[in-house]
Design a protein around this ligand. Structure first.
Ligand code: GAR
Length: 188
């Protein structure tokens, strides 16, 4: 059975989808660590409910981003992590973490990349008048929402309500993340 870490900054519905799939046996893995850079984020309570260990720290508490990431790498190594899943972790991953886990860090993003990168992908796409939206899962590199694409799923929406696009997208995210992680871990 493979060992996962999930990184999140906010609500954590994707974290919960992965944790629930591990609990149900739909995902042949265990989440050994949840990493959160936002003390007070709702994802922390979700991890507690699943009995999953958390590392919660703001990078501001460390002398540098490299020091912050060194501490994360130390904890990932100690937990024997095979795959890191970013799930709404709203921070660029830098060299220290990438050099240690390159090719083993993936991210989920609420657009059909390479369109609409960044923290406001859904709002930007709605403002642009997009009619076909989607979700992307990709390997993480030093760029913002860059890295080779692993999976995408599209959906049609002809309206102008970002909240509805978020709602439709999250239903897809929760399924696609579980399916994609399950496929990836069989080849690790
Ligand atoms: C998700 O929709 C994810 O695609 C997005 O943050 C949300 C987190 O939701 N990630 C990005 O925008 C990354 N650039 P959650 O906290 O409910 O899982």
């Amino acid at each position: 059975m493979k060992t996962l870490a999930v990184f999140a900054s906010g609500s954590g519905t994707n974290f919960e989808a992965l944790a629930q799939a591990c609990a149900d046996g739909r995902l042949d893995a265990r989440i050994a660590l949840m990493v959160c850079d936002k003390p007070g984020a709702a994802v922390i309570d979700r991890a507690r409910r699943f009995g999953i260990e958390s590392f919660v720290a703001s990078p501001k508490e460390f002398p540098s981003k490299a020091d912050y990431e060194r501490e994360i790498v130390r904890r990932l190594d100690a937990a024997g992590i095979d795959l890191v899943c970013l799930a709404g972790y709203m921070r660029l991953v830098a060299d220290t973490l990438l050099n240690a886990y390159r090719g083993r860090i993936i991210n989920i993003h609420p657009s059909l990349l390479p369109a609409f990168k960044g923290a406001h992908a859904v709002e930007d796409a709605v403002a642009y008048g997009v009619k076909v939206y989607g979700i992307t899962i990709h390997y993480v590199d030093e760029s913002l929402d860059g890295g080779k694409i692993i999976a995408q799923r599209a959906f049609a929406y002809d309206g102008n309500d970002p909240a509805e696009v978020h709602r439709l997208g999250q239903v897809i995210e929760h399924q696609l993340y579980v399916e994609t992680v399950q496929k990836l871990i069989t080849s690790l």
